[in-house]
Design a protein around this ligand. Structure first.
Ligand SMILES: NC(=O)c1ccc[n+]([C@@H]2O[C@H](COP(=O)([O-])OP(=O)(O)OC[C@H]3O[C@@H](n4cnc5c(N)ncnc54)[C@H](OP(=O)(O)O)[C@@H]3O)[C@@H](O)[C@H]2O)c1
Length: 309
């Protein structure tokens, strides 16, 4: 039986607004960018590979020719790159109305533990610490602009554990475990950011989302190769989202009037796919003590290495 496509979120008129999306050179991120552009937003797209970014921009222009799109450089796995972009955006007083922290990696199918040039486990830095460093360095700018921040989690954040005594997976490494832990850390950061904003001036709005499963993106080709024909693949193909459908929860988070912090994802079977809607937050990412702890740990790990000004 043919699968019914999930309906797109109705977006308000976003003309005159600017949205920054990380990880928009591919997959779900490019579809988040396409959705925001279709509603009239200007785009700032930080990418780690210019050529790939330019290809994504060419694709976006085919559906939204009028959109102003600015490519910037950002490698979340390099703190010098994170610091440089945060400093440049701050110096320019970039008018960022929406910031979607969407970029992510999962190195499934590769049993070897990898570290960034900064020495951190690669999932931990790319998915969590790099985004933490970027967003916190930009905080004064984002507060001034009353920016909406959207944080892209994963179903994995609902089941994974963060090993506080082994955050860098030095003692025990498995790619899915490291990925899940990085998304738990990112979720804890998101809810803590929301709490800190509410407790201070409330100028920042924070919502969280997850895309379900989008088997058609570039995120885990090695895993797909290994599991080809298996039950997991059948489930993802049957109930998962296309990249455009998987973009809808983040788009909903970017425009919702719901009280922050909301959590949005697909409402279909097992939340793998389907129409975007509000979800109950994962308990493991809403604990205030753990949120404060992850913030402190990240600050200590960064120890003044990333400052926008
Ligand atoms: N697809 C799924 O089934 C699924 C399920 C749950 C959650 N998610 C989450 O959804 C988000 C998007 O995933 P996707 O499926 O769209 O993956 P994707 O197609 O692989 O796209 C990931 C994006 O992140 C960028 N990125 C990776 N490492 C980066 C770095 N060091 N610095 C800056 N950008 C970097 C990639 O850039 P390059 O183009 O240079 O590689 C790409 O633009 C991720 O956060 C992922 O965890 C996806």
């Amino acid at each position: 039986m043919a699968r019914t496509p999930a309906p797109p979120v109705a977006l308000p008129d976003l003309r005159g607004r600017t949205a920054l999306i990380t990880g928009a050179s591919d997959g779900v991120g490019v579809e988040i960018a396409r959705g925001l552009a279709a509603a009239g937003a200007d785009l700032v797209l930080p990418v780690r590979r210019r050529e790939k970014g330019e290809r994504a921009v060419a694709g976006l222009r085919s559906t939204a020719p009028q959109t102003r799109i600015e490519l910037r450089d950002l490698d979340l796995a390099r703190l010098d790159s994170v610091a440089a972009l945060a400093a440049a955006l701050t110096a320019e007083r970039a008018p960022l109305d929406i910031v979607v922290l969407n970029a992510g990696i999962v190195l499934l199918g590769d049993g070897e533990r990898h570290t960034s040039v900064d020495g951190f486990e690669l999932h931990f830095q790319t998915n969590f610490l790099g985004h933490f460093a970027f967003a916190t360095a930009l905080l004064p700018l984002l507060r001034d602009r009353r920016t909406r921040v959207v944080i892209q989690l994963s179903l994995a954040a609902g089941v994974a554990r963060l090993a506080w005594d082994d955050l860098q997976s030095e003692r025990r490494y498995a790619p899915l475990r490291a990925y899940g832990a990085s998304k738990v850390a990112l979720g804890l950061f998101g809810y803590e950011l929301a709490r800190r904003s509410a407790a201070s001036d409330g100028r920042l709005t924070v919502h969280l989302s997850h895309p379900g499963i989008a088997p058609g993106t570039a995120i885990a080709p090695a895993m797909r190769e290994r599991r080809r024909g298996g039950a997991g693949e059948a489930l993802a193909e049957r109930w998962g989202n296309t990249p455009a459908e998987a973009a809808q929860p983040a788009l909903l988070a970017a425009v919702t009037d719901a009280a922050p912090p909301g959590f949005f994802g697909p409402l279909g079977p097992l939340h793998l796919g389907g129409a975007a809607g509000p979800l109950k937050a994962y308990r493991r990412v809403t604990d205030p003590a753990a949120g404060a702890r992850v913030w402190d740990v990240a600050e200590r790990l960064l120890a003044g290495r990333v400052r926008a000004r």
